[in-house]
Design a protein around this ligand. Sequence first.
Ligand SMILES: C[S@@+](CC[C@H](N)C(=O)[O-])C[C@H]1O[C@@H](n2cnc3c(N)ncnc32)[C@H](O)[C@@H]1O
Length: 323
Amino acid sequence: MVLLLAVLALNLSPFNDIRTMTKHNLDMSPESFETHIADQVFEKIQGIVELSRQEQRFLSGLIRQVKPQRILELGVSSGGSSALILNAIRDTPEAHLYSIDLSQTYHKDRSKKCGFLVEERFPIFLDQWTLNTGKMAAECMDELGGEFDFVFIDTAHVLPGEILDFLMVLPYMKEKAFVVLHDISLSTRGIFHSRSYATTLLHCVVNEPKWLPVDYEGDFPNIGAFRIDNGKTSSYIDDLFRILTIPWGHALNHKTCQVLVKHFLKHYRKDQVELFQKIYAWQRGNNYTIRKPKTLIGKIYREITRRLFLRIDRFVTSFFRQE
Ligand SMILES: C[S@@+](CC[C@H](N)C(=O)[O-])C[C@H]1O[C@@H](n2cnc3c(N)ncnc32)[C@H](O)[C@@H]1O
């Protein structure tokens, strides 16, 4: 009680310390940097992109400040965030965006192609864009060749999700590369998202310099960045593999596991890959891991709940994102 009164008297928010972490090594907070650049595409992606306006400014502002040449994006969906990134590099012809999505279609409307928004509304950006769909990063990285100096990850959010995505791409990142993660506090945003903490775990565990926005909607920042800093990287790889022992929000099939094992064997220690295989086997036998339904009734039930969820999500998003 005394502590609470002291906090109120001093007008201190318990989250002040989080907000002030933002300016670590950058001249100013990314979301306030060249705000007009992100706003150039706002009208054309509004309501479809899955980032709030502040989050768009954070991502665009960071790109404008660090001027990356090779950018990797995991999780394309409509192509809203791709358009935002492409707009941020349009005056740097040597910069290129490589985007990857597991799905070939837009997850909110299966009649549309993944990334449709860029083709439909921003054909002028296409020269600086390479899109790979129907694959995960482990299946594309060698083909893309070279290293990346900026990575934006916005994929499954439930485990093993972003932990595996990051492990897949980390060996292809340059020293000092920036990683931006979206939905780092999604699990605090309603009952439907209670298992969506893969990105939160990733952002917390990496032992690197971090950036968080000063301005954000909701109780906690939902976008964040860190920079791969020389020498520290290897110290938390074991932790990332061990995090995968937390029950998964979606199961992986055997073929996916095999692709990952082959990929990880190229880049990580044998004992780390064996740990991954052991965890995978454990998750398959674990009752808490969510699996794809096998029976017709199970599939119908899943489709109905999926569509219901999408409608609620659309309503909530449009309600809270009106500006
Ligand atoms: C939240 S949406 C991305 C939203 C998009 N970044 C935007 O702001 O408009 C997530 C996307 O990630 C894709 N996805 C899920 N897991 C993935 C993975 N492991 N690798 C690549 N894409 C993945 C899904 O198919 C979906 O299109």
